[in-house]
Design a protein around this ligand. Structure first.
Ligand code: ADP
Ligand code: MG
Length: 281
C-alpha cells in the first residue's frame, strides 16, 4: 500500500483555475485541493506560476477562468479583505516588515492591513480606528505568542535575526487568526539551521489546528515537511500526491531537470539554499 494520509476533507478547492496576462498563461486550468489540517506544498521551477496561484487564492488577482472554494463557499470573486475575513492569510515572497518599528507594531499593522481597508488606513490613526487598536493589539500579541516572539514584542523588528524577521512576517499573517495560511517561499534567504527551525514552527502551527499551503521551488526542502505536494510547471499542474510519489513522477523529474538546474535537487534532503526567485547568478 502507498502511504495513505488520514482522509482529510479539502479546506480549499480550486477547479480549472487560470489567469493570463496578455498572451502569457501564468496559471492554466489548475484543479487541486488543500486538505484540512495538513501541509500542502506548491512546488515548481521559477516562473511556474506558484506566486500567481497564491495571488489568485488570496484575491490579489482575479482569475480569468475557474473557481475557488473555501470551506465549501465560492470565494472566486471576493476581494482580499473579504478573503481574509473567511479565514485565509498569506505571507509574501519578499517579506515587508518595518524594521525600525517594534515587533508588536509590525504584527498590529499586519492585523490592520488584513482586516481593514488597506495599508494607508492601517498607518493613519483616525478616531474610528482607535477603537480597533485594542483588538489589533490582542490579535497581534496572540500571533506573536504562536510564533515564539511574545518576549521580543518591544524590540525593533530589524534587531531580530533573519529567521526572527520571517517569524514576524508569519505573525503578521496569523494576526487575523486564519484557518489557512499561505506561505510564499518561507525559507528564502535563510541558512540551513534557520530553515530547520522555521520548518519546526510550521509543524507546530499545523499541530495546533492550522492548515498550511506553502510555495517553494526547491523540492528537497519540502520532502520532509509536506503531507502532499502539487507541482506546477508553465502554469499547469503536472502532478499532485505524496512527496514520495511526486518525486518519482517522470513528468516532475523532467520539469526539474529540463533547463532548470538550480531546481534539480531532488534527493538532497535538508539542503536549504537561501536564494530568492531569480537571485541566482
Ligand atoms: N502581474 C503580472 N503581470 C504580468 N506577468 C505576470 C504577473 N505576475 C506574474 N506574471 C508572470 O507569470 C509567470 C509566473 O510568475 P510567478 O507566479 O511569479 O512564478 P513563480 O512564483 O512560480 O516563480 C511569470 O512568467 C511571471 O513573469
Ligand atoms: Mg514566486
Amino acid at each position: 500500500m502507498p502511504e495513505a494520509p488520514i482522509l482529510a476533507l479539502p479546506l480549499l478547492e480550486v477547479e480549472g483555475l487560470g489567469i493570463h496576462f496578455g498572451g502569457l498563461h501564468a496559471v492554466r486550468d489548475v484543479t487541486a485541493s488543500v486538505p484540512a489540517g495538513q501541509i500542502t506544498a506548491i512546488i515548481g521551477p521559477n516562473g511556474a506560476g506558484k506566486s500567481t496561484f497564491f495571488n489568485l487564492i488570496s484575491g490579489f488577482y482575479q482569475p480569468t477562468s475557474g473557481r475557488i472554494r473555501f470551506q465549501g463557499e465560492d470565494i472566486t470573486r471576493l476581494r482580499t479583505h473579504q478573503v481574509v475575513a473567511r479565514g485565509i492569510a498569506r505571507t509574501f515572497q519578499t517579506t515587508t516588515i518595518y524594521k525600525e518599528l517594534s515587533v508588536l507594531d509590525n504584527a498590529m499593522i499586519g492585523h490592520r492591513v488584513r482586516t481593514r481597508a488597506g495599508l494607508l488606513d492601517a498607518l493613519l490613526r483616525t478616531g474610528r480606528e482607535r477603537r480597533d487598536e485594542e483588538e489589533s493589539r490582542v490579535g497581534a500579541m496572540r500571533a506573536l505568542d504562536r510564533v515564539g516572539l511574545a518576549a521580543q514584542a518591544g524590540r525593533p523588528a530589524g534587531a531580530l535575526t533573519q529567521e526572527g524577521q520571517k517569524r514576524v512576517g508569519i505573525a503578521m499573517a496569523l494576526s487575523s487568526d486564519p484557518k489557512l495560511l499561505l506561505l510564499d517561499e518561507p525559507a528564502a534567504g535563510m541558512n540551513p539551521e534557520e530553515t530547520v527551525s522555521l520548518m519546526g514552527l510550521i509543524r507546530e502551527l499545523v499541530s495546533g489546528g492550522l492548515t498550511v499551503a506553502l510555495v517553494e521551488h526547491k523540492m528537497s526542502l519540502v520532502m520532509g515537511l509536506a503531507d502532499g505536494i502539487v507541482v506546477l510547471h508553465h502554469g499547469q499542474k503536472i502532478a499532485q500526491g505524496t512527496p514520495g510519489a511526486v518525486s518519482r513522477d517522470p513528468a516532475v523529474i523532467e520539469a526539474y531537470l529540463g533547463g532548470h538546474a538550480h531546481g534539480g535537487q531532488m534527493g538532497q534532503p535538508g539542503r536549504a539554499a537561501g536564494e530568492t526567485g531569480g537571485a541566482h547568478a
